[in-house]
Ligand binder design. Sequence first.
Ligand code: RP5
Length: 162
Amino acid sequence: MKKVGIIMGSDSDLPIMEKAVNVLKELEIPYEVHIYSAHRTPVEARDFAVNARANGFGAIIAAAGMAAHLAGAVAANTTLPVIGIPCKSSVLDGMDALLSTVQMPTGIPVATVAINGGANAALLAAEIIAVSDEDLQKKLDAKRAKDAAAVLEKDRTVAERL
Ligand code: RP5
């Protein structure tokens, strides 16, 4: 199975990325985690992106806060799908990272999830890998059904209590 690359601009982004890691673990998707910064370690970030397809990756999740250029910088150096997570890490409540991540110029797409949306980023990466992996498609369908059942259970509990 193709791997998912998880990269983040700083170890201060780790709590958000752990949500992504947990989803990939649950779905038994292989992954690698790295701290690469578009600004502090631009050479390493570029090298990762340039070599990602040859290194067995099928999708890349890139998370950064503040002037969040990591996802865009990675997308500029690969035609693998890149999913951007804007991280809430500054006085602007993540709006700075959201706009920096989502407003990509035509030709270099980044699929941007919600601010701090680590779990959805991993689910989207899984859906991308599952396009050519029937077993993973089944796991995603089962997870969707399990998550829906959990919500319906909460519905029953609330209806009984109130
Ligand atoms: C970004 O700046 C990182 O992705 C992080 O969200 C933010 C702050 O980084 P630190 O100063 O905490 O390392 O590049």
